[in-house]
Ligand binder design. Structure first.
Ligand code: A3P
Length: 288
């Protein structure tokens, strides 16, 4: 997995998208407000899906903003280069995104009442989604060798470091009342149920019709067709959608079309080893 990078506290970041200053600012100086909502994920785990859901919940299903504001401006990544100026203009409650691991997250968060929604996805599908993403996002050298890609992912040589460390780091907060976690697969299986649980966590009271609207406008089909949600507003020098779609497949289990049996068994062994100290079982462990 190749991209121009630097390391910060053991985690790999992409030059261009981040600098040591933006990461240090995000960690040490960024001011978290008590009513902020943070959409935190490891990349390719459903970040944009959650941006859509959270913004629709904020507006009680009203799609107006989703139809006029590109998705990357609705909930900017607070650690990324150039995002602060949008964040400064945001209305409260701010919905912000982040891929930061727990140990680099804004220190001011831990003294606040702000809420975090952490979305996780089967790491095998994360690998596949990321593999294809390298072909359209210009900061990456397009990946060709899937075996090497799996190995780099396992070794934490991906953007934002190790998936295993990310998940284990954030799961330290699983019993904190400011923290809610959900999986991509749960959302796929029951989007309405997921939206209702998120509303409850946020203390947002939406009626049935409003929940229906949130669901309607956050399906894969709606987002893929919405030019403000499918990343088609981004310059092609940054993301070249002629080489592949950002809204690619939106399914669970595409890894089965990419992993050989040997790769799957190898990954499984590593997964068991790395996750054994986290006493939790995840949705994908039953089905993979
Ligand atoms: P695939 O590449 O497997 O299709 P992120 O937003 O974290 O970068 O994650 C991108 C992945 O989420 C892509 O996965 C994308 O298709 C999928 N995705 C985005 N919106 C979705 C939706 N509404 N429903 C299902 N999957 C969605």
């Amino acid at each position: 997995m190749s991209f121009d990078h630097f390391d910060y506290k053991g985690v790999r970041f992409a030059k261009g998208a981040h600098t040591e200053e933006t990461i240090s600012h995000a960690e040490n100086e960024f001011e978290v407000f008590d009513d902020d909502i943070y959409n935190v994920t490891y990349p390719k785990s459903g970040t944009n899906w959650m941006i859509e859901i959270l913004n629709l919940i904020k507006h009680k299903g009203d799609v107006t903003k989703s139809n006029v504001i590109p998705i990357h401006f609705r909930s900017p990544w607070y650690e990324a280069v150039g995002c602060q100026e949008y964040i400064d203009k945001m209305d409260s409650p701010r919905i912000l995104s982040s891929h930061l691991p727990h140990h680099i997250f804004a220190k001011s968060y831990f003294k606040s009442k702000a809420k975090i929604i952490y979305t996780m996805r089967n790491p095998r599908d994360v690998i596949v989604s990321m593999f294809h993403f390298t072909k359209i996002l210009s900061l990456y050298t397009p990946a060709e060798n899937f075996q090497n890609f799996i190995e780099d992912f396992i070794q934490g040589k991906a953007l934002f470091g190790s998936w295993f460390d990310h998940v284990k780091g954030w799961m330290q907060m699983k019993d904190d009342e400011r923290f809610f976690f959900i999986t991509y697969e749960e959302l796929l299986q029951d989007l309405r149920g997921g939206v209702i649980r998120i509303c409850k966590f946020l203390g947002q009271e939406l009626d049935d019709a409003q929940i229906d609207l949130v669901v309607k406008h956050s399906t894969f089909k709606s987002m893929k067709e919405n030019p403000m949600s499918n990343w088609s507003q981004i310059p092609s020098e940054i993301m070249d959608l002629s080489k592949g779609a950002f809204m690619r497949k939106g399914i669970s289990g595409d890894w089965k079309n990419h992993f050989t049996v040997a790769q799957s068994e190898y990954f499984d062994k590593i997964y068991q080893e790395k996750m054994k100290d986290l006493n939790m079982s995840f949705f994908w462990e039953q089905s993979s």
